[in-house]
Design a protein around this ligand. Structure first.
Ligand code: MN
Ligand code: MN
Length: 460
């Protein structure tokens, strides 16, 4: 009776056998390798394009006609990936999973390099919702592209290899911090003080900025660039620490950029792992989610419709069917949510939180206090999704995030729901989200992979 009526209370790890444990750990090893290789949306795109090609996916631009079971991908401006397997009848809509590959970080300003007191520094402009005090005194690596005047693209990646130098932002020593420590946590480190230390040796020339000139000389020798070339660059500084197993039992993963590369990885692995889905499986990995999904690589972009138009045209389906296809589509917005943090119990309403090791998290709605701005999935759609999960032994939990009015958040869910699709947020719980060292559970990561795979294969 008890078993039938009450929710399962036992920790799911207790039901795991040796084989399943090995699958869980192996899957996470792949994920750890992935995030260590892919620290920016551009690097993620490159890694994933290779995964798709290696699995026989063809660039849609190289394909003239599409038929059932064809596997295609499309890369938008090097920052945004679409991958699909064509189903038996496109008119029945997509089974679509959408995640994002951009993560909070420090971007360089357009005029970044300056010298003061014989030290060279770089001005940054933070990207996404960060707690600024977390980003000082940690090793940082430099990633991105610089476009020279002749349109040549220089790719930069410094600080990831063992032999590379790293960078950092120097905080005040405690001995001189009495004034700083009276400030609020929010203002303790100000945005304009997030200046990255970049060098200290002067060049032997008659110049006022000898250290800056020396740095430019080094950059010019290595990359052939000048100070002006920063104008046409996108340089991101990310934590240089490697992701790795966390805890004595190695049950958790610690590492930067898990929001939302953990769901990106699980959803791309899921589509790579299925064959002949009845409905068209579509995986989209977008950029700019952390700053509002605007721009031509974000979820709001018409590039999504451009891609769908291309797909329909090559599959010989009238474009006038597009809205019907959207209306028939089912979507998982695969984005992470906050995991209960035992250090701050007052923040939470314990019955409705996501917990590490309790499986993939379903959020009926996001938004804040009044459910303002929320995309609210219907009971019918939740019923459909939980049926898939329960029939495929996917461990899941259902939650909000924090007590009402404490805060809130959003994802790409509402943008797709506004197109007429059924959408629910469905992702992995993360502790210390948006920090330089986020925490996830290997059990939850593997259950997300299982959930996404089952969803792609569903034929209702
Ligand atoms: Mn996210
Ligand atoms: Mn985020």
């Amino acid at each position: 009776m008890e078993e039938k009526l009450l929710k399962e209370k036992r920790n799911p790890w207790e039901n795991i056998n040796i084989d399943e444990k090995e699958r869980i750990y192996n899957f996470s090893q792949g994920f750890i390798h992935f995030i260590n290789e892919s620290k920016t949306e551009r690097e993620c795109t490159k890694t994933i394009e290779k995964m798709l090609k290696d699995s026989g996916y063809k660039n849609i631009e190289d394909v003239n006609t599409l038929k059932t079971n064809d596997k295609i991908y499309y890369i938008n401006r090097g920052k945004n990936v679409y991958a699909a397997i064509i189903g038996e009848d496109l008119n029945r809509g997509f089974n679509m999973i959408g995640a994002h590959m951009d993560s909070p970080r420090l971007d360089l300003k357009p005029n970044p390099l300056y010298e003061t007191n014989e030290l060279a520094l770089l001005k940054t402009h933070y990207y996404g919702g960060i707690k600024k005090y977390q980003w000082v005194n940690i090793p940082l690596s430099m990633h991105g592209v610089i476009i020279k005047k002749n349109n040549e693209k220089v790719e930069i990646n410094i600080g990831e290899k063992e032999e590379d130098p790293v960078f950092t932002i120097a905080d005040l020593l405690p001995h001189l911090s009495s004034k700083q420590e009276k400030k609020t946590l929010k203002d303790g480190i100000e945005a304009e003080d997030l200046n990255i230390l970049a060098g200290s040796i002067p060049i032997n020339k008659d110049n006022e900025e000898k250290v800056k000139l020396n740095i430019l000389t080094i950059l010019n020798e290595k990359y052939g660039i000048t100070e002006n070339d920063f104008v046409s660059s996108e340089i991101e500084f990310t934590p240089a620490m490697k992701a790795r197993d966390l805890g004595f039992d190695r049950s958790l993963v610690g590492g930067y950029g898990q929001d939302d590369r953990v769901c990106s990885y699980a959803s791309i692995k899921a589509i790579l792992d299925i064959e002949n889905p009845k409905k068209t499986a579509l995986c989209i990995l977008v950029d700019k989610e952390e700053i509002g999904s605007m721009g031509n690589t974000g979820m709001f972009s018409n590039t999504f419709d451009y891609f769908v138009d291309m797909l329909l045209e090559k599959a010989n389906i009238e474009k006038t069917e597009k809205n019907k296809i959207y209306n028939n589509s089912k979507v998982l917005s695969a984005d992470v949510t906050g995991a209960y943090n035992p250090n701050y119990p007052d923040i939470y309403e314990k019955n409705n939180e996501s917990y590490l090791n309790r499986g993939i998290s379903l959020m009926k709605y996001t938004g804040s206090a009044s459910k303002g701005g929320a995309s609210d999935a219907s009971a019918e759609y939740l019923g459909y999704i939980r049926n898939i999960f329960e029939s495929n032994n996917v461990v899941y939990q259902v939650s909000e995030m924090g007590k009402i009015g404490i805060g809130g958040g959003g994802t790409i869910a509402y943008i797709l729901a506004n197109k007429g699709m059924d959408v629910i947020d469905c992702g992995i719980p993360i502790m210390s989200m948006h920090s330089p060292y986020e925490i996830s559970s290997k059990f939850d990561i593997y259950n997300a992979f299982k959930a996404y795979k089952a969803f792609y294969k569903d034929n209702l």
